[in-house]
Design a protein around this ligand. Sequence first.
Ligand SMILES: [Zn+2]
Ligand SMILES: [Zn+2]
Length: 306
Amino acid sequence: MRLRMWGTRGSIPAPGPETVRYGGNTSCVEVSNGEPDHRLILDAGTGIRHLGNTFGADCPARLDILLTHLHSDHIMGMGFFDPLWNPEQEIHIWGPASATRTLAERMARYLSPPFFPVRMNEIPSKLSFHDVPEDEFEVGGFRVKAERIVHQGPTVGYRLIGDGASVAYLPDHEPALAGIDSVKHPEWISGYRLAKGVDLLLHDAQYSDTEYPQRRGWGHSSISHVVSYAQVCEVRRVMMFHHEPRHSDEELEALRETGLRQWERTHAAEDLMLAAEGVQVDVEGSGIAFGEFDSSAPHAVADATG
Ligand SMILES: [Zn+2]
Ligand SMILES: [Zn+2]
């Protein structure tokens, strides 16, 4: 399973010289199993704009965008995603159900004036919206499981299985609010079934342990929480994700160093990583390989599978 990090920042874009190494674009991860006609995209933060630019004429016939929730940092890039404006393009948008409004109605609140110049019903591509089902579902060769997790408003995390690997994506998550270590049965921990035993967990790592107490209940995790959560869920590796916009590259590295003290009791240091924009990750069971990709180059299929 190949992942490409198009946006790793949380809350609001944070471009600038102090964030060049890990990136300033908000959440967006491309997931590929080498199938040229299909692509999975996790969240539509500002990173998705670059992804759309590089697809060009080689855009896979079907795109599935899995939204974790509708906070602006996760949908901000949607209107600037080129394939949205191609009448031939098939795009499926998945997201958490809400008791009050459909996913399409909620998205239309953003994709309409005064927030956006064009109304959603004027968008030419073949757009369809789906509430994520409670049971596992199949999308483009991946088995997908979505489940409600602890965050502000309806929010899900995702577990993807396919192409010889398992990956969990929980970019906005505060499991500590409902308990991690103090919980009697691990199944009661928020998102446990999503993360349990995965090869790679991409998880909210917004705060340091000193920042967290003032931000308790804001829906995000401290570094200690991420590590505890990953250890209880017995994941193989963790990628710290949804970086706090105030944190510079150096501060992110210091945050990881703090996390290592607890992480290294159970895992190797290299298995606790910082998600970085422009990095490509190939996950294959026990193996993992990294590369970089040129976010301005055409996105050829051979490139995505090779
Ligand atoms: Zn967020
Ligand atoms: Zn959020």
